[in-house]
Design a protein around this ligand. Structure first.
Ligand SMILES: Cc1cc2nc3c(=O)[nH]c(=O)nc-3n(C[C@H](O)[C@H](O)[C@H](O)COP(=O)(O)OP(=O)(O)OC[C@H]3O[C@@H](n4cnc5c(N)ncnc54)[C@H](O)[C@@H]3O)c2cc1C
Length: 491
């Protein structure tokens, strides 16, 4: 994949069937489904693929035990099916994960088991393993650091786990291989409707500073929390609104779990669930859920959120994690489609996606979750082709294998605390549309998420490698370092 040649090819096309705005889960799912039907598609992403919410998830492929409790059965069934589809199509970055809900009241244990047996049932043939009751001894054998006093046992169940931004970049690769086009650092700046009914889309290339326009028959707005800004830019009437809800995570040393089993805390002090999950050799604690008006790309994890997560986790550990144990942290924004009356709290607004037509040929895909990204894309294309009365092949995205990166991550890691080899960094720089050191250290590899200080120790070396590969000068290197240090402040 080479950015300049993609731009060159894009400019040579007379007209696209679909232009997708946004290179996160929703946009990539839509573009994937479009190419699976033989449609011509261009996806544009203002920053880097996955720069928005899609690199900041809890990394779960799940039906949503919580949505079950809210009675959203249809959403759970759909997500459990898609969980299996991702495990099948992207086995290199998705895996089955065992969870335990520890309980200190026997009746609560039976209650959770009943709910999870129902969860198993809803997965039909897509089950990843049976939920079952564990004795205190069995629970402690798997999670020796759990608080022992009063512990009655645990309920074990299975869900999926994945690497979100790696899925973004592998999807880009898959879409391009299938004949589509994806461009990072390219923003949608507006469009002009032509007499033919087609649209002229105005784009800005943020690396060269150049503006250009391309023709398309239709537009899909998949800009996450920024979807309503896209409508504003387009000068069309807004018929939906987005309420962003911030969710934060802490990264702590893996030793707090001391096994590959994750913990689900079923009820936090604000009535939510909290996960502690092993991931890339560390543990993720998350998440919070706070309605916000701030749409920044790297929201700050507040002291209040840190205290909330540590306090709720502490109740379950013999040796509880403290602030000194935090080795990184990150926060993302849920793009929730706001309830019309505005009375629901963000944790009650449905995670089900919505497809909204704003004008003929202009559609927005809103809300949803990573687990269902492919089905969200399929539903969007189904909606669009029905509305525009196109005669197009059926979706085949469910059967498309997601292309893995070349096998370069075998051997001694470049840094003891980061799971990537020197060869993998070089491979990503050369082959994965890396334009900044942040692309390399936050999304092609997950270094910044895994361990901030270790990442800061390799940043100079990585800036140099990118500079050599992409022929960048000293000023570029200084800017990269300053921008990365600024970003790392929020991690
Ligand atoms: C804290 C948290 C935890 C979560 N955990 C999970 C989980 O464990 N499992 C799960 O299934 N789901 C999870 N989700 C949900 C999931 O992450 C989101 O639903 C999904 O990532 C949203 O993807 P998106 O493509 O809609 O938005 P985004 O990823 O934000 O993508 C939108 C993109 O549009 C781009 N854009 C904006 N304006 C323009 C423009 N003018 N031109 C071009 N591009 C533009 C942005 O740069 C951005 O990259 C979680 C969400 C949060 C917030």
């Amino acid at each position: 994949m080479e950015r300049q040649s993609i731009i060159h090819e894009v400019k040579k096309q007379d007209i696209f069937d679909i232009v997708v705005i946004g290179g996160g889960a929703s946009g990539l799912g839509t573009a994937l489904d479009a190419v699976s039907r033989g449609l011509s598609v261009l996806l544009v992403e203002k920053y880097d693929f996955g720069k928005g919410t899609s690199s900041k998830a809890t990394k779960l492929l799940h039906g949503g035990v919580r949505y079950l409790a809210q009675g959203d059965i249809g959403l759970v069934i759909e997500a459990l099916h898609e969980r299996k589809t991702i495990l099948k199509n992207a086995p290199h970055l998705a895996r089955t994960q065992q969870f335990i809900i520890p309980f200190y009241d026997r009746w609560q244990g039976y209650y959770y088991l009943m709910g999870l047996k129902f969860y198993d049932l809803l997965s039909f043939k897509s089950t990843l393993g049976d939920s079952k009751m564990l004795s205190k001894k069995e629970t402690l054998a798997l999670l020796p650091n759990l608080k022992k006093e009063g512990l009655k046992g645990g309920v074990s169940y299975f869900d999926g786990q994945f690497d979100d931004s790696r899925l973004c970049i592998d999807l880009v690769h898959t879409i391009i291989e299938a004949g589509g086009f994806c461009l990072n650092y390219t923003s949608f700046e507006g469009y002009t409707l032509q007499e033919s009914g087609n649209s002229l889309i105005h784009l800005t290339d943020h690396l060269s500073g150049q503006d250009y326009s391309i023709q398309t028959k239709s537009i899909v707005n998949a800009a996450g929390v920024h979807a309503d800004d896209i409508i504003d830019k387009s000068g069309i009437e807004k018929n939906f609104s987005i309420t962003p809800a911030k969710g934060s995570h802490l990264i702590i040393n893996k030793s707090f779990l001391s096994s590959d089993v994750a913990i689900m805390i079923p009820k936090t002090s604000d009535g939510r669930v909290l996960f502690i999950i092993p991931w890339h050799g560390v543990s993720i604690i998350g998440t919070t859920d706070i309605a916000t008006k701030d749409k920044s790309f790297d929201p700050i994890v507040t002291q209040e959120e840190i205290t909330f997560m540590l306090q709720n986790a502490a109740a379950y550990f013999e040796k509880a994690p403290t602030e000194q144990d935090i080795i990184s942290k990150y926060s993302g924004l849920r793009p929730l489609v706001a309830a019309l009356d505005g009375h629901e709290s963000s944790k009650d607004i449905s995670r089900k996606h919505k497809i909204v037509k704003s004008k003929s040929g202009f559609y927005s895909l809103l809300g949803g979750k990573w687990t269902t990204f492919r089905k969200m894309g399929q539903d969007t294309i189904d909606f669009l082709i029905k509305d525009l009365q196109w005669n197009v092949k059926k979706s085949n995205s469910e059967n498309l294998t997601i292309i893995p990166p070349a096998n370069k991550n075998i051997g001694k890691p470049f840094h003891d605390l980061l799971p990537y080899t020197s060869a993998f960094f070089d491979y990503a720089i050369e082959n994965e549309l890396v334009e900044s050191v942040e692309d390399l250290l936050a999304r092609r590899t997950r270094c910044l998420f895994i361990n901030k200080n270790a990442t800061l120790e390799i940043v100079d070396e990585m800036i140099n490698r990118i500079a050599v590969a992409k022929k960048k000068d000293v000023t570029w290197k200084i800017n990269q370092k300053n921008q990365f240090l600024h970003l790392a402040n929020s991690y």
